[in-house]
Design a protein around this ligand. Structure first.
Ligand SMILES: [Zn+2]
Length: 167
């Protein structure tokens, strides 16, 4: 009986393994934001490189924030992107410098190799194909009402401010 309970618990736990709690997501997002100031990757604890990248205007639909890709990104490769997102349309096409972690890039490549058909992996991979997010923008929901979306906005704030862009 006790053994059966244990099995049931383990099944429950493993089922939840890829879905971190809201508190955990908050923590990961805050750590990722902090890493953008220190230049040390919060997952791999190695120095990151500043790269000059394109800024793309994008509103992400709410479903993105509960996608496997977004969870994997926060947990394994928060600094793999070689582009920046902004909520301000005026930023589109500008350039900014962002920290990129070599080990996050590798983790992202590995994840994409294991999930070749993941919708968000395809859209949001290391170098985004241009058309993708403008289409999904039509379906945008009220991001401000979502807790995890707010985290993302905080991440975005780094690149959406004019001061960040002119640096
Ligand atoms: Zn990293």
């Amino acid at each position: 009986m006790r053994f059966a309970t244990l099995i049931a618990l383990l099944a429950l736990l493993s089922g939840c393994a890829t879905r971190p709690s809201d508190a955990e997501i908050d923590k990961l997002a805050a750590a990722a934001n902090q890493a953008r100031k220190t230049g040390i990757c919060n997952i791999h604890h190695v120095p990151m490189q500043k790269e000059l990248v394109h800024v793309e205007y994008a509103h992400l639909p709410v479903e993105y924030f509960s996608s496997d890709y977004e969870y994997a990104r926060l947990q394994s490769f928060p600094h793999a992107r070689e582009y920046a997102l902004s909520l301000n349309p005026a930023d589109d096409g500008k350039k900014t410098r962002v920290f990129v972690c070599p080990q996050c890039k590798k983790a992202l490549r590995d994840w994409l190799a294991k999930h070749p058909n993941d919708k968000w992996g395809k859209l949001m991979g290391p170098k985004r194909s241009n058309q993708a997010l403008e289409r999904t923008a039509d379906r945008r929901a009220n991001l401000l009402s979502m807790t995890s979306a707010l985290n993302f906005e905080a991440e975005l704030a780094i690149v959406s401010g004019r001061s960040a862009l002119s640096r």
